[in-house]
Design a binder for this molecule. Structure first.
Ligand SMILES: Cc1cc2nc3c(=O)[nH]c(=O)nc-3n(C[C@H](O)[C@H](O)[C@H](O)COP(=O)(O)O)c2cc1C
Length: 364
């Protein structure tokens, strides 16, 4: 059914303005009576940061910014959903147009700027569906006009812990001026000290809520050294690698659209983000698991990301070009690879290629 839906809707959606197409997709997932995807193959079940995932394929942050479609996305067969980025106060984001497709490159550039309905609206929606179960993570950020960005993250954790399966501290969006500075060692250490305090404070009310840090793929390796060292010292539960890139690889074919300001995602991000997964994996030395995201658009790409060091993966731009059927296609490919190679779980191959990948020439 999903395949037929993709065949009918993908060419039409691609004729529309990207933001209109996105709104239609979210509304569709919210209101259409979707049938539940078949139960995930038990081989794909995987445990990470204290949570049991039915399969490792999640939807990346930014698709369901306002927590409107978590149930629809879970019914599609995703093993987990990440909503947000949410900020404490609602905000409109950057002026339109702010979302661009690079069709020839199967890529996207966005400079949305954390447009969202604010934390209270999302809290209400998540509370209303809480009894439905499923893993729903909450990606948190700071308001553009905030005078105390760290306090924004802390307040969001205090407020949303009862409805969040996990939190992602997003300091890697390129579209809020200055936000990425929170990745610098001193600022990061202070931020992580404060958010872990909030996580620990929430434990009595909401149980354990793992805290993940999402980074940009554009960090230098010495910046990554610092980030991983601080994440380990502050006992953050995991990292998401990576957000969109400010780079514009020379291979891009849609040169005109490539000049738009914003973060690039989709296929051209795959090499860089996978390299950063491997670089993070070798530095983490097993201290915490990684979520690999960036340019995954097939079962083969998902497998490469896992072998680079990702315990879980997320997809976003690939859905725009490959359709919703991508979720089941990736799951089927991963399960058949495990069967063919006689493995009982994906954990056996997580990071298997990390050392090799870090020895390769830097991807361009
Ligand atoms: C339109 C759009 C909006 C996004 N918004 C967010 C966001 O609000 N927060 C966030 O952490 N990442 C956001 N992302 C980044 C994605 O979650 C993901 O990290 C990135 O797109 C790379 O994955 P992909 O190549 O599969 O798209 C956004 C991406 C796109 C394309």
């Amino acid at each position: 059914m999903i395949r037929a839906f993709d065949t009918m809707t993908l060419p039409l959606l691609r004729l529309l303005d990207p933001e209109v197409a996105h709104r239609l997709a979210v509304n569709g997932l919210r209101v259409l009576p979707l049938t539940q995807a078949p139960a995930s193959d038990p081989l794909l079940a995987i445990r990470a940061f204290g949570l049991n995932f039915p399969n490792p394929v999640g939807i990346g942050a930014g698709f369901d910014k306002n927590a409107e479609a978590a149930d629809g996305l879970l019914r599609l067969g995703f093993g987990f959903v990440e909503v947000g980025t949410l900020t404490p106060k609602p905000q409109g984001g950057n002026p339109r147009p702010r979302l661009f497709r690079l069709e020839a490159d199967e890529a996207v550039i966005n400079r949305m700027g954390f447009n969202n309905d604010g934390a209270e609206a999302a809290l209400r929606r998540l509370a209303a569906r809480a009894s439905h179960g499923g893993i729903v993570g909450v990606n948190i950020g700071a308001n553009k006009d905030s005078s105390d960005r760290v306090a924004d993250y802390v307040n969001l954790i205090d407020m949303m812990a009862p409805v969040a399966s996990y939190f992602t501290v997003n300091i890697s969006s390129p579209n809020t001026p200055g936000l990425r500075n929170l990745q610098n060692a001193t600022e990061l250490d202070d931020l992580l000290a404060r958010v872990t305090e909030a996580r620990d404070r929430a434990r009595a009310r909401a149980g354990d809520t793992p805290l993940l840090l999402k980074i940009a793929p554009d960090l230098t390796l010495s910046e990554l050294d610092d980030v991983v060292q601080i994440v380990r010292a502050r006992r953050i539960d995991g990292m998401i690698v990576s957000n969109t890139t400010l780079m514009r690889p020379p291979s891009l074919r849609d040169r005109a659209t490539a000049r738009e300001a914003g973060g690039l995602s989709g296929r051209p991000l795959f090499g860089l983000s996978t390299r950063m997964v491997a670089e993070t994996f070798v530095r983490a030395e097993g201290a915490f698991p990684l979520v690999g995201v960036g340019g995954i658009d097939s079962g083969g790409a998902a497998l490469t990301k896992i072998r680079a060091g990702a315990t879980l993966i997320q997809i976003y731009s690939g859905l725009i070009y490959k359709g919703l059927g991508l979720v089941e296609a990736i799951k089927a490919d991963l399960a058949s690879t495990l069967r063919r190679t006689n493995r009982a779980s994906l954990t056996e191959i997580v990071g298997a290629d990390a050392a090799t990948i870090t020895a390769e020439p830097w991807p361009v």
